[in-house]
Design a protein around this ligand. Structure first.
Ligand code: NAD
Length: 232
C-alpha cells in the first residue's frame, strides 16, 4: 500500500484528491492550514489523516513529515490566489503568495526527499493553473507563481529522474471550488461559454488527472491541462 500526502486537502481539489486516493486503497495523509472542522470531517469520512501545517513554514512541514514518515506519492496542491492590479498589491501579499504557492513546494519536496532517495522511487504531482501557462490580467502574482510551478516541475523531473523520482503537473482551468467563490455568476458563465467542453470543471475532474499522473510510470516532466479545452 502506497503512502500519499496531499497538501491543501481540507476542501476543493485537494479534498477530491484525498477521496480519490482513499478509494483506491492508499494510506493517505493531508495537510491543511485552516478549516479544521472540514478537515476533521474529511478524515472521518475517508480514513485519511489530517495534519494542520502551513506549507510555507519549513519547520511545520518538517514536523508533519516527522509524524508521517516517508511518502511514496506527494501531491503539491496547496495554493492561494489573490486578485487585483499588480501595482496596487502590497509587498506582503506578493511575498505571501510566493511563499505558499512556490516555496511551499520547495518545503514539501525537500522534506519528502530522503524517503524518496532511500527507496530510489517516488512520484510528485504539482498543481499549477492554466493562468501559469498563459497569464491572467489582474492575477499577475498568481500567474507568476503558477508559471514557476511549471518550470519547477520540468527542472525537478530532469534533476530527480535518475533517482527514480517522477515529477508531473496538472494545470487546471476554471474549477468550481471556494477559490472561485469571489467570481460573479456572470463571469463564471462567461468562462463556461468560452470553454469548448461547455462546462466549468469539478474538483473530481482534476483529482482523476492527478491520480493518473501519480501512477503513470513512464511519464515525467509533463504539464497536463485539465481545462475543458480553454487553453490548448
Ligand atoms: P481551495 O481554496 O478550495 O482549497 C485550497 C486548499 O489549500 C485548502 O485545503 C487550504 O486549507 C489549503 N491551503 C491554503 N493555503 C495553505 C497553506 N499555506 N498551507 C497548507 N494548506 C493550505 O482551492 P482549490 O480551488 O481547491 O485549489 C487547489 C489548487 O488548485 C491550488 O493550488 C490552486 O491554485 C489550484 N487551481 C485552482 C483552480 C480553480 O479554479 N479552483 C484553477 C487552477 C488551479
Amino acid at each position: 500500500m502506497s503512502t500519499v500526502l496531499v497538501t491543501g486537502g481540507s476542501r476543493g481539489i485537494g479534498a477530491a484528491t484525498v477521496r480519490r486516493f482513499c478509494q483506491s486503497g492508499h494510506r493517505v495523509f493531508f495537510l491543511y492550514q485552516k478549516q479544521a472542522e472540514a478537515a476533521n470531517r474529511l478524515a472521518l469520512e475517508t480514513g485519511a489523516t489530517a495534519i494542520c501545517a502551513d506549507v510555507a513554514n519549513k519547520a511545520a512541514v518538517e514536523a508533519a513529515f516527522a509524524q508521517i514518515g516517508s511518502v511514496d506519492i506527494l501531491i503539491c496542491n496547496a495554493g492561494i490566489s489573490m486578485n487585483g492590479l499588480m501595482s496596487m498589491m502590497p509587498e506582503s501579499d506578493w511575498d505571501r503568495i510566493f511563499d505558499v504557492n512556490v516555496k511551499g513546494i520547495y518545503n514539501c519536496v525537500n522534506a519528502a526527499m530522503s524517503g524518496f532517495l532511500s527507496k530510489q522511487a517516488g512520484s510528485i504531482v504539482t498543481v499549477s493553473s492554466m493562468w501559469g501557462q498563459v497569464g491572467a490580467s489582474c492575477e499577475t502574482a498568481y500567474s507568476a507563481t503558477k508559471g514557476a510551478v511549471i518550470s519547477m516541475t520540468k527542472a525537478l523531473a530532469k534533476e530527480l529522474g535518475p533517482s527514480g523520482i517522477r515529477v508531473n503537473c496538472v494545470a487546471p482551468g476554471v474549477i468550481m471550488t471556494d477559490m472561485c467563490g469571489n467570481l460573479e455568476p456572470d463571469v463564471l458563465e462567461q468562462l463556461r461559454s468560452e470553454t469548448p467542453i461547455g462546462r466549468n470543471g469539478t474538483p473530481e475532474d482534476v483529482a482523476e488527472a492527478i491520480a493518473f499522473l501519480a501512477n503513470a510510470k513512464f511519464i515525467t516532466g509533463q504539464i497536463l491541462g485539465v481545462n475543458g479545452g480553454f487553453v490548448i
